[in-house]
Design a protein around this ligand. Sequence first.
Ligand code: HEM
Length: 415
Amino acid sequence: MLDPADPAFVRDPYPYYARLRAQGPAARVALVNGTHAWLVTGYETTRAVLADPRFSNVPPQGAGRPRPDSPAQRARACLARHMLNSDAPDHTRLRRLTSAAFAPRRVDALRPRIEELTGGLVQELAARLAEEGSADLVNAFAFPLPVLVIGEVLGVPEADRADLRDWTYRVGSPANALEQGAVDDAWLRLHRYFTELIADKRSSPGDDLFSALVHDAADGGLDDAELLAMAFLLLFAGYETTMNLLASASLLLLTHRRELAAARRTPGGWATVVEEALRHSSPLEGTTWRRTTEEVELAPGTVIPAGASVLAVLAAANRDPAYFPDPDAFRPGRYSSGTEGTRAAPHAAFGHGPHFCVGSRLARMEAEIALPLLFDKLPDLVLTTSPEEIPYRPGLLVRGPRVLPVTIAPRRRCR
Ligand code: HEM
C-alpha cells in the first residue's frame, strides 16, 4: 500500500523505490485512495515506456478533471486541455509550434534579463538577511525567480508581475493554507488575465516566446482555447519544476561545502552541479500519468493489462545503480567531461520521448545563472536547521523542499 502523504515516504521515498526496482521492471501498487497503479522505477524501462505510443497521455474521460460547474472550476479545466495531456497527432502539431517558439536563439536571448532578475532577488535577500537575520530561501529566491522568468516568456508587462506572482503563489498553495476562496479567486484572475493577454498579443505582438505562439496561430496554428491551456501549462510546467530544482540544488550545496567550493573554482563546475542536482533530486518525482491502450508485455513475466494507470518514476530511474554508481551520493564530478566514456548516463529528469521537456534549455540556463550568483554574493549562507528537519512537498508528482531557512554564518556577520 502506497500513501504518498505518509511522512516517512515524503521525507525519503528512495528506499521504497529501490525495493520496487528490485522486484522487476514494473510493480503493481495499491494506492491509499483504493485504486491500483503500475510504477516503473528502472532507468531503461522508464525510457522505454516514455517512448512507447502504447502508453497514452490522454486522461480517461473525466478523470482528475474538476467538473466545470463553477467559474473557478471552469478556469481550472482549461489547464487539463494542454499538450502534455495529448497523444499524436494532436500532440505532434502542438509540439511543433511550441518547439519553434522555444528555439535555442529565443531562449538564449533571455539570458541578460534572467541575470538582472536574479541580481535583484539576491540583493533583496541580502538586505532581508542583514535586517532580519534569517530568511526562507524558497520564498525569497527559488519561488519568485521562475515565476518572474515565466513572466518574461509570456511577455507579462512589468507592472503585472506582482499580480502574476501572487496568483501563482495562491493557486499553488494547499486550499486550507489560505483564507476561504483565495485559491478559487486566484484561478479566476489568472484565467481572465491570460484571456486578455492573448488578445493583447494578437493585436500587438512583442519579442516574447508566447507572442511567437500567438502569432503562429494566425497561420492556422493554435486556437484561443489551446493558447489559454498553453499559458497555464507554461506557467505550471515552468515554475514549480524550476523552483524545486533551485531549492534542491541550494540545499545540496549548503550541505556539501566541498562540492560548492569545487563549483566555484572549476570552469564548467556549475553546469555539472545542475546536472547532478537534476539527477540526484529529480524536481519531477514522476511524469504525468500514462494509460495503456492495449496489453503490454514489458519484460518476460511482466504484463501490464490494457487500461492500466502507469507512472514512470523519474526520481527512481535517476537513482538506478545499474546506470549511476553510488546513486544516492551527490557527486557533480560524474557529469564532468573527463576521459572519454567516463561521463554518467543522461539523467531522466526532463523525461524522454515525444513529451521530453520543452523548457529544458531554459531551466538549465536559469539554474546555471542563479546558483553562482547566489553563492558568489552570499558565500557564507548556512541552514538554520538540520537538513533532516526540512519539510518536503507530499505527492508523487513534484519533489522539493517546502522551506529552506537560512542565515549568514556568524563569522562573516561580525566583519
Ligand atoms: C527543472 C525544471 C524542469 C523540469 C525538471 C522539467 C521536467 C519536465 C518533464 C519530466 C516533462 C515530461 C513530463 C511527462 O512526460 O509526463 C516536461 C514536459 C514539459 N515541460 Fe518541463 N521541466 C522543467 C522546466 C520547464 C520550463 C522552464 C518550461 C517552460 C517554460 C517547461 C515546459 C514544459 C512543457 C511545455 C512540457 C510538455 C511537453 C510535451 O508535452 O511535449 N518545463 N518537463
